[in-house]
Design a protein around this ligand. Structure first.
Ligand code: SAM
Length: 313
């Protein structure tokens, strides 16, 4: 919590370089100087800051908590960002393990997506987190599968469109259609323009619990089903099966349980969303209820697999 509060107050950034006195920083931030001194004392114990002639300054090690370092730590630690706020749902882990339900709504009074819809800052930080977390994954996901088989791909819950844009940029024959909630969906237009693929990319703002754009060759669900319990996952697959033509495919990209998923992240999906990293047999059980057959599983990267489903003939 000391690290979370330090990041939320921006202390590693503020104390970089020469640093500052506790009194100066307390005045700037409008916090208790006595309490801030306690926090800084503990941050010094942790090696994040050190004593300096000017008061405290951030150590070389502590700069990993600065916002411009390009790592994802601040997303998960900042209490006013989606990731940091969501991690506090871990205080409800006992409830989640007891009931099998998520803990986020119990802690915050509404589920994660409703919280984001109400708070644009949380929504923006979540979208940024999604972009940051995929920076190293996208090349492997694009290179690891024969996307060119599909002239038209719908990316369901495609976020800011970084994955779809990379697929389109690598395959000039493919047309893409991204669906997500607004404002995220509309902002994806900027991603497509930045990748010079806007002439082949279409965006729809809407919910994947409603009818989806019909007739595409592939429906991509990247890190979608693990956000949901079985009831909601079935509703999403219902919509996919309604929209996909008989020769089309449903492509699930996720950290598959027991294969590419980390155990800590698995618990995070449970407490934050009431979801989980399903194993291959669990995906098969889920999909077979919709007449879907698993055609193959590919390990795309160290963290993501792709499961290809088709309609049973
Ligand atoms: C974990 S993110 C994955 C984003 C993207 N597929 C990726 O891999 O970077 C889940 C996405 O689902 C979207 N989402 C959540 N509920 C939705 C709904 N009811 N309809 C459409 N999109 C939704 C979120 O806005 C978010 O962009």
């Amino acid at each position: 919590m000391a690290l979370r509060v330090a990041v939320t107050l921006g202390l590693p950034d503020r104390l970089r370089g020469d640093g500052a006195t506790t009194g100066q920083v307390a005045t700037e931030l409008g916090v208790s100087p006595v309490a801030l001194e306690l926090l800084l004392g503990h941050l010094a114990t942790l090696g994040i800051v050190e004593h300096a002639p000017t008061g405290y300054r951030t150590t070389g090690y502590g700069t990993i908590l600065c916002t411009d370092t390009g790592n994802e730590l601040t997303n998960f630690l900042h209490l006013d960002m989606a990731g940091g706020r969501a991690e506090l749902a871990f205080t409800e882990l006992l409830h989640s393990v007891t009931t099998g339900d998520g803990g986020y709504a119990r802690r915050y009074g509404q589920d994660f997506w409703a919280d984001l819809a109400e708070n644009p800052r949380l929504r923006a930080s979540f979208d940024q987190q999604m972009t940051d977390r995929f920076r190293t994954q996208i090349p492997g996901i694009v290179a690891g599968y024969d996307w060119d088989r599909f002239p038209a791909i719908v990316d369901i819950g495609g976020g800011h469109g970084t994955l779809l844009a990379a697929i389109l940029a690598a395959h000039p024959r493919i047309r893409g259609h991204l669906l997500d909630l607004d404002p995220t969906a509309t902002e994806a237009l900027g991603t497509f323009a930045a990748h010079d693929v806007e002439d082949r990319a279409q965006v729809t703002a809407g919910s994947f619990f409603d009818p989806l754009p019909e007739g595409a060759d592939a429906y991509l669900l990247c890190d979608i089903l693990h956000d949901w319990d079985d009831e909601h996952a079935h509703r999403i697959l219902d919509r996919c099966v309604e929209a996909v033509p008989p020769t089309g495919r449903i492509l699930v990209v996720e950290p598959v349980g027991g294969r590419r998923a980390g155990t800590e992240f698995d618990l995070a999906m449970l407490v934050i969303f009431g979801g989980r990293e399903r194993r291959v047999d669990e995906f098969q059980a889920l999909a077979s209820a919709h007449g879907l057959v698993l055609d193959g599983v590919i390990d795309l990267t160290g963290q993501r697999c792709l499961l290809e489903f088709r309609l049973a003939v």
